[in-house]
Design a protein around this ligand. Structure first.
Ligand SMILES: [Mg+2]
Length: 382
């Protein structure tokens, strides 16, 4: 079998699908994208295509190394996202060619079902309690919300109180019938991370995510030494070489590699194993589409330390399309009771609605994250 063609489709809400065709008629799908930089990743995918067309898609390990090591400069969000989507599509082809789900090729299931969680409340959460009630009605019981709106490097007691009161309100409304993680989203700098973590501790969140930006990952150890809240990060780390540093340094309880940003299934399986060796849990980041989610699930079902899977159903970013709009087998993604079962179809387990993808790609708008500013006019982290 030989790879014959790579086609990319940018689609709403802010995703991109990659289809890899072969000369034997089997095709594979991936989701190589950086939210807000889809065109840049698209260019990288087509540049890498010269290493792929005419090659045997079964040789995933060699193709991965050729893409990664074959260029003198490597790594980073754009390039590793391009490799990630290509890697997903190659695993999809391999599974379809052999007639088995990808998790079988990774050694088989370590669990019967995977716990999932949902985003709630958006960027400026006004009524988070109502949002949780709505998702609870769909059978969900684990959530994640933003910890703050924009926060200055040194902000007021009032700003801290607003963040803490919102979390306190959730606990008083639901008690411990629900669980939730809190995403600091890189909005909190080191001077505010300490007081905010300390004040949130009584509400016992499942985890705090990106307590400071990944660029400041040397602080994770110091923050974890002063709080009992498990700390999570990883959506802005792109290879085992970056995860190696945070594991060595300590502090993180949960790694959150993104299957569409950190080199795909091949690299995230390696990251998962490294985390297991350090007794660190895995919770893949996934605010993306169905192919990215399916890739996450393949890793989750084959990795002992996978504890939680993010998914984008109903997420505030999904303007114009939803998780299951581009698939024929939406029923396989049923999330009853807060769990999802292994996807039964061969390959990644997604029967992509290609016509719908092509149609949606014709009128797509470029998505950008907002550019926030502080009261003094300086740029704020979103
Ligand atoms: Mg996050």
């Amino acid at each position: 079998m030989k790879i014959s063609k790579l086609s990319t489709y940018r689609v709403p809400p802010r995703w991109m699908f990659l289809k890899i065709d072969t000369d034997e008629g089997i095709c594979g799908w991936g989701e190589p994208v950086i939210e807000g930089r889809a065109r840049t990743v698209e260019a990288a995918v087509h540049e890498l295509a010269e290493l792929l067309v005419g090659r045997d898609p079964a040789r995933i390990n060699d193709l991965w190394q050729a893409m990664y090591r074959g260029g003198f400069y490597r790594g980073g969000a754009v390039f590793m996202s391009a490799i990630a989507g290509i890697d997903q599509a190659l695993w999809d082809i391999k599974g379809k060619a052999l007639g088995v789900p990808v998790y079988q090729l990774l050694g088989g299931l370590v669990r019967e079902r995977m716990k999932i969680y949902s985003w709630v409340g958006g960027d400026r959460p006004a009524d988070i309690v109502a949002g949780i009630q709505k998702l609870q009605a769909l059978g969900l019981n684990t959530f994640k919300m933003n910890g703050t709106e924009e926060l200055g490097m040194l902000d007021s007691a009032k700003a801290l109180d607003a963040a803490v009161e919102r979390i306190a309100g959730i606990r008083s409304a639901f008690g411990h019938d629900i669980e939730f993680g809190i995403d600091f989203h890189g909005r909190v700098a080191w001077p505010m991370a300490k007081p905010l973590l300390r004040e949130l501790e009584p509400y016992r969140p499942l985890f705090v995510e990106e307590p400071v930006l990944a660029e400041q990952s040397e602080y994770y150890r110091r923050l974890s030494d002063m709080t009992s809240i498990p700390l999570a990060a990883g959506e802005r780390m792109y290879s085992r070489f970056e995860f190696k540093r945070v594991l060595e340094h300590g502090g993180l309880a949960i790694l959150q590699p993104d299957l569409s940003h950190a080199g795909g299934i091949s690299e995230c399986m390696r990251i998962a194993s490294m985390a297991e060796a350090y007794d660190v849990a895995l919770a893949p980041h996934c605010p993306l589409g169905p192919v990215a989610l399916a890739a996450c699930l393949q890793v989750d079902f084959a990795s002992y330390n996978a504890v939680l899977q993010e998914q984008s159903m109903g997420i505030h970013y999904n303007q114009g399309a939803e998780l299951l709009d581009y698939v024929h087998n939406g029923g396989d993604f049923s999330m009853d009771g807060g769990y999802i079962e292994p996807l039964p179809l061969p390959g990644l387990g997604v029967n992509v609605n290609e016509e719908r993808v092509i149609e949606a790609s014709r009128a797509v708008q470029d998505w950008r994250n907002p550019l926030w500013r502080h009261a003094d006019g300086s740029v704020a982290e979103w």
